[in-house]
Design a binder for this molecule. Structure first.
Ligand SMILES: [Zn+2]
Length: 96
């Protein structure tokens, strides 16, 4: 990953459960941000600057289908997005 923005929130964690809940929430927010960035990369014009949806570094769109700085980011992005979809349906069936 590398830019250190994921899950960095030192400080006032209380009970472990709260910690977990907060991390879940931050994770969901981060995924939401990723999806927002992804939507931007889809519309970006060739030659323009955009952010890698997964890691957030600035890259230049060089081909019409370029969306990530690296193949690894693309794989991780889709893994995370697909996980989120699964988690959501689980969460609902558990009645949380
Ligand atoms: Zn990246």
């Amino acid at each position: 990953m590398g830019d250190g923005t994921l899950g960095m929130n030192p400080g006032d964690y209380g009970a472990e459960e709260l910690d977990q809940e907060r991390r879940d929430q931050e994770y969901m927010e981060e995924l939401y941000n990723m999806e927002q960035r992804y939507a931007i990369t889809e519309k970006a014009k060739i030659g323009s600057q955009m952010q890698c949806p997964f890691c957030g570094i600035f890259i230049t769109k060089t081909t019409y289908n370029k969306k990530f700085c690296h193949k690894g980011c693309k794989d991780k992005y889709w893994n995370n997005v697909n996980d989120k979809r699964r988690d959501r349906s689980h969460a609902y069936s558990k009645g949380r």
